[in-house]
Ligand binder design. Structure first.
Ligand code: GLN
Ligand code: ZN
Length: 770
């Protein structure tokens, strides 16, 4: 076949949730039964059409626009496309898998547990983990990717379908329950690839000229256990796909870091284009002659515009990188480093943001324009875009000199720190001091938030619109806190929480009160499924002008004799879930945030709060994908947590919470946090994590979650008891805590109360040895 030209400028993917979260609203309406499937499809099609029009500047007829829509998750989409659906979901054996089934796989139903969910590389996006066993049958079971291509074609656009590639699909999958020892999903590659080939053939038949296969797992050293095997898999998969007669040209994208030794492997296959992340990754060096020759015959898609962050960045430097790529091949295209899934839609929507700050930013639409500029530069020469490059450079200089970006007092305080500031007295002494809390064996608690009811959200919206004054809002929140305290007392929980009703979001709430941050109005990004977050923008030096949580926690504690946990978000999580500055090392920024939190810990303690939880659910998420970068990261992130918490006295019990269950490389770091109690996610994986924990020698308090809060399902007393007994098999009882997997803010009251009743009862039974 003759290879069609690759477009000069493209992006790897575009936000799919909608500028005003239209998809979220439509999907949730469908779940609630207020719209039917046809209406959901109609709204989604409308959104796709709007996206195409937005992206038309990249080119209508040359595969420049990626077809990257998803109702829920792109890994789920790949599983549906190839029919890899575990039996418990009872998907049809032939014919198309419908949307209702897809959502059942994503969310579970009744006793049927959904697929597990986990973080997507070093981002705050979560994907569903496919389950693959020796018996999993593969077939083309969902042709959404083809239908969406046809839909675009009929609207006058030649788009580029995007699907997760077969190697990444299997590397991200887990072995289905009950598979024989030694089986790994990658064992099924040879059975899977023909189904991909069939899909590609259908796309070619529909007129697709290029297809994008996303293979980010190739850049990660965390996912892949046996590198030699992965390299072999790349060769096997892409030789086979490349050998097919009827197929679009293949573009393999490998965002999030350098391909490393996967580049020669990929280069040796017949794929026509390879994407390089040149923001997180670097230009390949020291290539062997065969790889050099192979690359020279391919298109290299240079990811030079950062898809991860929101800064306008150094456009001239990005353009210079294209030159360097041009030394590897004559066919260079410009692209974003990753999908734009990780950034909001449009800076122009942010009418309330400081004008000067706004001029330093680029969201998805601005990044698309930057790509278009660089692509024009590629075609017409640098002079044609000199003005745009110069404007970006001037904006960088303006930012560097702006007030608040560097604050001398903040920098002096950090310079004066010593190692003693990050250390508490030893754990045994703390345990003794904390006996005065008077907690029973297997203490029960929750992770912090209670359901954010419509009333709570309405009150906040009215406050924002000025329909409710501060005093009125505070009164409503206090009523809510009192309700939540009474409820917990009735339920018989041991360590109470105030329920976090006043928090719109666990990071934004702090960002709004810290100097150095700005918040957006419409800057939503997808976290998982229909869930979105609105990251704040950390643009300057951070400090805390006044206490942030003390009034709420102090009020809650005044209502009860039981201990109430103060609730803070940890420094690493604040960074991970914000858009951070890119003009200094993250470690430096982390210290600033840690000191602000340290001040808050001191004030909580002074206000009589005896238990303080500092959530670090994102600790693992920021872990660098390359092993060589991990120790330094773990050092500074642990240090930041300790700096934030080490000001607590021995009789203050410090908790932390982590939102996952695979500790792997971070287990030593979690121990080094030196929290008195660590709660983690464990229910979905049926307490598998407990074995890792006991094996690691972790010897502080631990609360493996017994209630999966990601689904509306209520676990029975027996189920919770089973999990607790399993946990007690690996962790001594005097260190075991009983809690849900995570906060309850997304749950409804009915299921929350029922589940907590079951948890408290199960703890009682296990305690009593029943
Ligand atoms: N304290 C937070 C809550 O309960 C923790 C949430 C999280 O870990 N993501 O909502
Ligand atoms: Zn959590």
């Amino acid at each position: 076949m003759t290879t069609p030209a690759f477009p000069k400028g493209t992006i790897l993917g575009y936000p799919r949730i909608g500028r005003r979260r239209e998809l979220k609203k439509a999907v949730e309406a469908f779940w609630a039964g207020s719209i039917d499937e046809a209406e959901l499809e109609r709204r989604a099609a409308e959104l796709r059409a709007a996206t195409r029009e937005r992206l038309a500047g990249l080119g209508r007829g040359d595969s420049a626009i990626p077809e990257s829509f998803s109702y829920y998750d792109q890994v789920l989409d790949a599983a549906l496309a190839v029919g890899a659906v575990p039996e418990r979901f009872e998907a049809p054996a032939d014919g198309e898998i419908d949307l209702a089934t897809a959502f059942r796989i994503a969310r579970g139903e009744g006793e049927v547990a959904p697929l597990e969910m986990t973080k997507w590389f070093d981002s705050n996006y979560h994907y569903l983990v496919p389950e693959i066993g020796p018996e999993t049958s593969f077939r083309v079971a969902c042709r959404r990717i083809v239908r969406e291509f046809v839909e675009a074609r009929d609207a006058g656009f030649l788009t580029r379908p995007v699907i997760v590639g077969p190697v990444t699909f299997l590397l991200l999958a887990k072995a289905a329950d009950g598979t024989p020892e030694g089986f790994t999903p990658l064992d099924r590659l040879a059975d899977l690839v023909p189904v991909y080939a069939e899909l590609l053939a259908e796309l070619a038949a529909a007129g697709a000229e290029w297809v994008q296969l996303d293979e980010p797992a190739l850049v990660s050293e965390s996912i892949d256990i046996d590198r030699a095997r992965t390299l072999q898999a790349i060769g096997a998969a892409y030789d086979a796909l490349g050998a097919a007669e009827d197929r679009p040209a293949i573009f393999v994208a490998a965002p999030y870091a350098s391909l490393g030794d996967a580049l020669p492997a990929l280069a040796a296959t017949p794929v026509e284009a390879i994407g390089l992340d040149l923001v997180r990754g670097t230009l390949p060096e020291g290539l062997d002659p065969a790889t050099e020759a192979a690359l020279a015959a391919k298109t290299l898609v240079a990811g030079v515009i950062d898809g991860h962050n929101i800064w306008r960045g150094d456009l001239a430097a990005a353009f210079a990188q294209l030159d360097a790529v041009g030394r590897l091949t004559g066919e260079v295209a410009v692209s974003t480093s990753t999908s734009l899934l990780h950034v909001p839609h449009d800076v122009d929507d942010e009418t309330e943001l400081d004008e000067r700050l706004r001029s330093w930013l680029a969201f998805a639409d601005q990044k698309v324009a930057q790509v278009a500029t660089l692509a024009r530069g590629l075609v017409e020469g640098e002079a044609a875009v000199a003005a745009e490059l110069a404007a970006a450079t001037a904006s960088l200089a303006d930012r560097a000199a702006a007030p608040g970006v560097r604050v001398p007092e903040v920098r002096e305080r950090i310079a004066a720190l010593t190692p003693a500031d990050a250390a508490r007295i030893d754990y045994a002494a703390r345990v003794a001091a904390q006996a005065s809390l008077g907690l029973p064996e297997l203490p029960t608690t929750t992770i912090g938030s209670f359901p954010q009811t419509a009333d709570i959200r309405r009150a906040r919206a009215r406050l924002l619109r000025g329909e409710l004054d501060e005093a009125g809002y505070t009164a409503l929140m206090r009523e809510e806190i009192e309700r939540v305290i009474r409820l917990q007392e009735e339920l018989g929980l041991d360590v109470l929480v105030h329920g976090e009703p006043e928090r719109n979001d666990m990071v934004q709430y702090f960002a709004e009160q810290l100097d150095g941050f700005a918040v957006t109005q419409h800057g939503w990004v997808q976290s998982y499924g229909s869930r979105c977050t609105r990251p704040s923008i950390l643009w300057g030096d951070v400090s805390r002008p006044e206490p942030m949580t003390v009034a709420w926690s102090g009020f809650a504690q005044s209502l009860t004799d039981k201990p109430v946990k103060g609730m803070l978000t940890g420094p690493v999580t604040i960074l991970a879930w914000s858009f951070v500055r890119d003009d200094q090392p993250l470690a430096d920024t982390a210290k600033q945030v840690a000191l602000a939190l340290r001040d808050e810990v001191a004030d909580l303690q002074a206000a009589g709060i005896r238990v303080i939880q500092v959530d670090e659910p994102a600790l693992r998420e920021l872990l660098p994908l390359k092993r060589a970068d991990q120790p330094a990261y773990l050092d500074w992130s642990v240090d930041a947590f300790r700096l934030a918490t080490a000001g607590a006295g021995p009789d203050t019990q410090v908790h932390t919470h982590l939102c996952y269950s695979e500790f792997g490389q971070v287990i030593d770091a979690i121990r080094a946090l030196d929290a008195d109690v660590t709660s983690i996610e464990a229910a979905r994986s049926r307490m598998e994590v407990v074995d890792d924990i006991s094996a690691s020698g972790f010897d502080h308090g631990i609360g493996p979650g017994v209630y999966d809060i990601h689904s509306p399902r209520v676990p029975s007393v027996e189920e919770v008891r089973g999990l607790l007994e399993r946990a007690a098999g690996g962790v001594p009882r005097e260190r075991l805590w009983v809690n849900p997997d995570c906060g309850l803010k997304t749950r409804g009251y009915e299921e929350t109360v029922a589940s907590l009743e079951h948890i408290v009862e199960a703890a009682r039974q296990v305690r009593a040895g029943l």
